[in-house]
Design a protein around this ligand. Structure first.
Ligand SMILES: [Zn+2]
Length: 213
């Protein structure tokens, strides 16, 4: 892949790599407050590797897709809801993300139209991880032990890991040069005062590519 204008695209928000953004994302969740940064990076790496290696698979019954506006004011780009299985695509946020790609010089990483494709791929992972064996496989990949009883080891859910797996899957299946997490960060930064390039705080951050049941 051609590198987008190296003098510009690798500075600012893009100067931080995907794993670091993943670790910051995990660290922004209240459950991981005070966690060892090395451990967060390790989880971010494991979740990204898991997502990137997930085999592309169409859902047995593709969810309903609803396109709607009002995403920017709600801080939403796309959302999966399980009852009934539905992916909501917020077209105003998707358009804004496409404009940010152009403004930042990231088009080689995110070809035109790829934000929508990435959103659909991302939400498909939430659907797959909502139930079924891949949910367990992700826990195994992360290897976070909740409890040990003698030789029995109970694996814990790592909050936020499914989000990073979903981004990594979207990046892989859509052939993107960077994780869509970068777009999430850029969208949040464009909506917030520019003094801080860390991930925004809980509400904004978790709503950009949100899932709920
Ligand atoms: Zn998500």
């Amino acid at each position: 892949m051609t590198r987008p204008g190296a003098t510009f695209a690798h500075t600012g928000l893009a100067a931080v790599d995907d794993i670091e953004y993943g670790a910051r994302f995990l660290g922004s969740l209240s459950l991981h407050e005070g966690s060892d940064p090395a451990r967060l990076r390790q989880w971010a790496t494991a979740a990204a590797e898991f997502g990137a290696a997930l085999a592309p698979a169409p859902a047995p019954a593709p969810p309903r897709i609803v396109e709607r506006g009002g995403g920017l004011e709600r801080g939403l780009l796309a959302r999966y809801t399980s009852r009934p299985p539905t992916v909501e695509l917020y077209t105003d946020s998707i358009d804004a993300a496409e404009r940010l790609v152009a403004a930042h010089g990231w088009r080689a990483w995110f070809p035109a139209g790829s934000v929508r494709a990435a959103a659909l791929a991302h939400e498909a992972v939430h659907e797959r991880l909502h139930h079924g064996p891949e949910r367990t496989a992700l826990k195994q990949a992360l290897g976070h032990t909740a409890l040990r009883l003698g030789r029995l080891r109970v694996l814990a859910h790592v909050a936020g890991a499914d989000e990073l797996a979903a981004h990594a899957y979207a990046r892989a299946v859509c052939g993107l040069g960077r994780s869509p997490l970068l777009l999430s960060v850029a969208l949040a930064a464009s909506a917030a005062p520019p003094k801080d390039t860390r991930l925004p705080h809980r509400q904004e951050r978790s709503r950009s590519w949100a899932s709920s049941s």
